[in-house]
Design a protein around this ligand. Structure first.
Ligand SMILES: [Zn+2]
Length: 86
């Protein structure tokens, strides 16, 4: 039995696109998923109701998570890690 070294190859297809999108520069202050590079955020609310024509109440279940990852069952926060002010 012998072990061979294999050079890393450029990812092709979906993996290549995903890696390219992840490397793209984020617009200043814009939200971007660190997992897939998607820029669409999602907030889910449970139990909201309409009163006098306006939506009210409800409990926020997920806030500012990546919509694309959420569809795949992964919860990824799109907000950057906030550092405490010193
Ligand atoms: Zn994502």
């Amino acid at each position: 039995m012998s072990i061979k070294l294999v050079h890393s190859q450029e990812p092709t297809g979906k993996a290549g696109v995903r890696q390219r999108v992840r490397k793209m520069v984020r617009p200043d202050g814009g939200l971007k998923c660190p997992n897939c590079g998607c820029q669409t955020s999602l907030t889910t609310v449970n139990g909201a109701f309409v009163l006098k024509g306006r939506k009210q109440g409800g409990t926020v279940i997920h806030k500012d998570v990546c919509s694309e990852c959420w569809r795949r069952g992964i919860i990824v926060s799109m907000l950057p890690e906030l550092k405490p002010v010193e």
